[in-house]
Write a protein that binds this ligand. Sequence first.
Ligand SMILES: Cc1cc2nc3c(=O)[nH]c(=O)nc-3n(C[C@H](O)[C@H](O)[C@H](O)COP(=O)(O)O)c2cc1C
Length: 643
Amino acid sequence: MSQLVKYGKNLINSQHANLSYLLNLFIKLLFLLGFVLWAWMFSLNSSHTQTRFSIEGVTQHSNGEKVFDSFTIKQLEFFDETRLIVLNQEFEIINYLSSIQLAIAHLLEQIGLLFCAVIVVISLLLWHQKKQHKLSLFAFGFVACALFSGCFTLFNLDVNNGLSLYASIGILIVCFVFYACCYSLLNARSQTASTLLAFASQSGTAMSIAERFHKQLPNTFDLRCLSSLTPDCLGQYRQVLLIASTYGEGAPPETAVTFLNKMKKTQTLTSKVNFSILALGDRTYQHFCAFGHQLAHLLSSKGAKQITDVIEVDRGDKDAIGHWWQQISHFIGNEQSTVSLSDNYHRLNTRSNTLVNPKKPKRAAHRITFKNEGLTYQAGDLLEVIPKYDAIKCQQMLREKGFDCQQQVIFQNTEMPLFEAVRQSNWLGENATSAQQLVDVLKPLPPRVYSIASAPHESNIEIFVRRHFDDLGKPGLASNYLCDLSENELISARIKHHANFNLPKRHCPTILIGAGTGIAPLISLLKGMSVNEQRLPAWLFFGEQSKSTDFYFKDEINAMLSDKSLTHFTPAWSRDGGGYITEQLELHASSIKKWMLDDNAMIYLCGKQKGFGDSVISCLKSILEERVYQSLIEAKCIRVDLY
Ligand SMILES: Cc1cc2nc3c(=O)[nH]c(=O)nc-3n(C[C@H](O)[C@H](O)[C@H](O)COP(=O)(O)O)c2cc1C
């Protein structure tokens, strides 16, 4: 079985989206308030040509007697040095700020500066947000702060620091022009994104398809992860296009659960929604594309209009994806109804292929390394491999049908010998009049995805593969192809980024839980962490049958324990009487809870879904409480990669 993995990807984290919304609102209010204050300050100014003094200034720079002459003793008692007085050239009082007004003015000036600092900090925190959010924050923040802190100094009401009136008006005009430019830019952008393109993905296929569509028409689509949306958001768009994969036994991807629940609770959608769904799945599962269909029924039952049938995609079938794109092109007014789904696969040279558990022939696991010639990836990423049928068998079959195996043909835009094309396709022995005609009707085999066990700083890319056989003992195509690789044999592969299983930007304690071949990405993450000089607690829980035969990556784990990049290691050797991993988790429940809730740790979970994954998830839910578990999933503090 392919090592497809399960995770949730948030392009825009919903918490941040809400924060950004509130911040925007706050800054707009600030802007309004700043404007009102500015107007008030302006009204205090006289239209006369005037000289401004504080009492102190009057006594220092003017003829004191003349000033005192112009006031009655009673008036003089009314002022003191803390107040601001505006006199005309005849030294008559034309305006003044009372002590309360002056105190408010100075306070607001300080607050303005404080806001400025807060806005800069929050904007930096939201740096990963879409450009328009950032721009909006900066535009409003800048103008609001300029108005706030500037209206006192700019308009020369603060006698000590004031600029000239012309300079201050100039600065204000620049602020407004900047604001107007940003505003029109923002509006222009939001108007063009009339179509929502949302994805619900576990292992990134739906997301990468959505990204390709978005790349083709960046101004047409607003690209979002379903987890960042609420049912009400849908009504803001002319069309809603959803790309949804199915997991578990016909279940939604984890990050789509919250949206699904909100949708179920919605009575009817308040505004008109037109939608179309591309459902990703795998026909070998009983509930093929079930979540895509469930979503379609749900949306229809809430009053949304389905503009195309649900298009089902079996293991990334490009024809089905192209068909959907053609259909929706009509609705989004796109003239270019073909989408480029070109795949940049690389030729990787096999360096080594080591069977790590020779005493377990039924569970044979291989560490396979390839020379990395320029592929960039991050710890936790995946390797997408094109599987191939056995070369000798294909050549035999072709000869039996009377074909020349070495004849050059074009398959998937690449020239290659006929037998190579047939190895990578779904050829079942059908006949054709020519070699090229034969390959023209063949479909490429869907690629398989494996977790990378190496880290980017290493010279090899390593994967860890278990040889798979089905219930009838039939060997799995991809795992057997890989486990049979010999040194220097070339494979076609590419990196598949697994953003939700990479290391976070923040440096934090980490709990890694894996079983069987699920240890591979955890080793990659640990290696990635070990590069960092600052050592933080890292705890590996690993479940396998027995220590003597199944202690995979033993040398690496021991080395990491001694250099302290791994601080805790808790194996569960089930056949040595060590119990299952869930028992170990329960045993350490209070520490896990403390790490997660007090120390802001991350959890990475990888392994088979059935048996291992499901039981670990329910164990974590009981340790942390279900509600907390779900919120940690959505905050990406728990990252799950099950296959
Ligand atoms: C653990 C697991 C369970 C799956 N369950 C189903 C299923 O019930 N029905 C289905 O059609 N596809 C199922 N699939 C296949 C995925 O939907 C399919 O591979 C899809 O392309 C993955 O898209 P994603 O990478 O965006 O998550 C399953 C895959 C895995 C790894």
